[in-house]
Design a protein around this ligand. Structure first.
Ligand code: UTP
Ligand code: MN
Length: 610
């Protein structure tokens, strides 16, 4: 385990420009940044940027970016610890794999778990390859069509049948029981308190995160024993809604293709990769989540869903597809014939068979409509209405107005209804009541506190993009011009963008001190936030009077927040006035109060005659 402090020292000692230039000789200074043609994709004009102050690089063409470690990882195919060791050697820092008091307890714990999980994976892997009691497992994998290369590439393993072997091996290496239990590798029997290996007599599939760290395992029974798979529990380093199996191995290919095929299971992924379909990953039996969608955003624009042709598979396709469509992905669905998994198809019929299916995915909205037609058959008005009611919320959620209009038009055509009628219907769909976001206190002051942004994001509500960019701008300004005044102004702010809020929590003390090293907080941020922050810091901005600009931004931000809420309230009040929903005097009062404060006078009075 490498202490966080050492990692920071290494990062700060590396001259990123010099490092990059060794692989990218064409790197030229432009303004504060350096630019070149991107080494990670083919391009004619340079969109690859290096910002030496921040210690970060970013390609605006293909999207890759990160710090010096990330650069070495991508360039040389190393994992994270390897990249640290490599750069440490370069700058002459010795890595004592000891503990550092500076490391936060949590980060420290995670590092420990990564180390243990890596050890465990190696233990299982060696066992599968070498041990005589893994003969059945090896035969099973051979029967399933897995090559030796795949077994090595995915570091597959075997957990011995005794139920004690991992613990004993780990103890010999000095790992204690608590850590083993935290990592999800041990189970304690209730009552007796005796401990057993979580995985025994199973074939082991390690699960990687996108930085190449092993975070969990899946274990398959050989033959028909039940349950078929046992998985690691949720641990400080693993949550199944956040990882996709095979994504790490597929990353180099995905980066070029920006198209991914989502499968259901471990075996599907390993066999698909074996046959050259490296742009595949699996959700491992769970539905695709918002977190998966965010993860996919970084590596793809186009997603093909390839789930089992059963009812559960269809339901999973619909839910996952909706999330992806709303986010602007191009989504297609491929359905294989009954009872055939992708891995079986490949092993039985070869590469061309799956290729053929993947060539003709059904566009998601057509697939969705098909499913709905089965659910609500016939052309009676009731069926049409039912279908419209199921599909309009998704169209409403689409963030791109052009796509939204296009899909609305297509649905109107398919259902043979007038587009304006459908548009009116869509308008009526409620997203999130604005009143939930504004709370009124007794003095009549409105306070735009509202729900945390995570909750809003979950509910599919995104803060207006104008707000987002104001927050980005404020954050960027604080990083470029850190000062006590700037920190005070921003500390008073309720960030609506979760990413800004997370970053601010980390940099605020440094901003107040007047010195910020963005690259040193990177490690503490979730990956998706890192990838979002990097290009932001590459923005070329100059502020003649940073403090005055920030004050303006903060004022504008407050106003925008309140206006957005007011606008949503107004829509609801309008519905009250035209009688669509019952009149609610408390809400009218809340609206009037806010409106008076923003504009000077109330707009809506009591309804005449009431
Ligand atoms: P499937 O039942 O379709 O299994 O579950 P599979 O992937 O085809 O497995 P093989 O080919 O028979 O080996 C799909 C995925 O759901 C999860 C696993 O991730 C599996 O790959 N699953 C399934 C479990 O977690 N536990 C189970 O008991 C079954
Ligand atoms: Mn299968």
């Amino acid at each position: 385990m490498i202490p966080e402090e050492t990692i920071t020292r290494v990062r700060d000692s590396v001259d990123l420009v010099e490092l990059v230039r060794e692989s990218v000789p064409g790197l030229k200074k432009t303004g504060r940044n350096f630019q070149a043609r991107c080494p990670f994709h083919q391009e004619r004009t340079p969109s690859f940027n290096v910002n030496p102050e921040m210690g970060l690089f970013k390609c605006f063409g293909c999207g890759v970016g990160g710090d010096a470690f990330k650069f070495v990882m991508l360039m040389e195919g190393l994992n994270y610890p390897e990249s640290i060791r490599k750069l440490a050697t370069r700058v002459g820092i010795t890595i004592e794999e000891a503990q550092s008091p500076a490391v936060s307890a949590e980060a420290h714990e995670r590092q420990t778990l990564y180390g243990l999980l890596e050890d465990a994976a190696r233990f299982y892997h060696r066992h599968l390859l070498e041990s005589s009691d893994a003969a059945e497992a090896r035969a099973y994998l051979e029967k399933r069509g897995l090559s030796k290369e795949s077994i090595v590439r995915f570091c597959m393993g075997f957990a011995p049948a005794s139920g004690q072997a991992l613990r004993e091996a780990a103890s010999r290496k000095g790992w204690n029981l608590d850590v083993l239990e935290k990592a999800g590798l041990l189970r304690r029997k209730e009552g007796s308190g005796r401990v057993f290996d979580h995985f025994w007599n199973r074939i082991i599939f390690p699960i990687w995160d996108t930085q190449g760290r092993i975070v969990a395992f899946g274990g398959r029974a050989m033959g028909d024993a039940l349950p078929k798979y046992i998985n690691s529990p949720e641990t400080p380093v693993y949550s199944k809604s956040r990882h996709l199996y095979g994504l790490f191995q597929g990353m180099p290919t995905l980066r070029k293709m920006r198209h991914i095929v989502i499968l259901e299971g471990y075996m599907d992924v390993v066999v698909c990769h074996q046959f050259g379909f490296e742009w595949t990953a699996a959700t491992l039996g769970t539905a695709l989540t918002e977190e998966h969608v965010r993860l996919l955003r970084r590596y793809s624009d186009k997603v093909t869903l390839l789930f089992d042709p059963d009812a559960a598979g269809a339901a999973a396709s619909l839910r996952g597809g909706e999330l992806l469509m709303a986010d602007g992905f191009t989504v297609g669905v491929v359905t294989l014939p009954d009872d055939v998994d992708p891995d079986e198809l490949l092993v039985k019929e070869g590469k061309a068979s799956l290729e053929k299916y993947l060539e003709t995915p059904v566009p998601f909205m057509d697939y969705y409509l098909d499913q709905m037609r089965k659910k609500y058959p016939g052309t009676a008005p009731e069926s049409k209405l039912a279908i419209a009611k199921e599909m309009l919320p998704l169209i409403k959620k689409m963030r791109d107005p052009l796509l939204q209009d296009e899909h609305l038009g297509r649905l109107a055509q398919a259902l043979r209804v007038e587009k304006p009628v459908l548009a009116a219907q869509m308008k009526k769909i409620k997203t999130e009541s604005a009143f939930a976001k504004a709370t009124v206190d007794k003095s009549g002051n409105n306070e735009v506190a509202g729900k945390p942004a995570e909750a809003l994001a979950k509910a599919g509500v995104k803060p207006a993009s104008a707000l987002l960019s104001v927050e980005e701008e404020m954050l960027l300004l604080s990083l470029l011009h850190p000062s006590n005044v700037v920190a005070e102004l921003l500390d008073a702010l309720e960030w609506t963008d979760v990413r800004c809020r997370q970053i601010w929590a980390l940099v605020s003390p440094d901003v107040a001190q007047g010195t910020v090293q963005v690259s040193s907080v990177m490690g503490a941020l979730p990956e998706d936030v890192q990838e979002w922050l990097t290009p932001l810091t590459m923005q070329q901005r100059y502020y003649a009077n940073p403090q005055a600009t920030l004050e303006e931004l903060v004022t504008g931000w407050n106003r925008q927040q309140e206006s957005a809420v007011l606008k949503e309230m107004k829509a609801e009040i309008d519905s009250m006035i035209d009688g669509t929903i019952p009149m609610d005097q408390t809400k009218v009062q809340a609206y009037n109060d806010l409106s008076r404060r923003l504009k000077g006078s109330p707009i809506i009075g009591r309804r005449p005659g009431r």
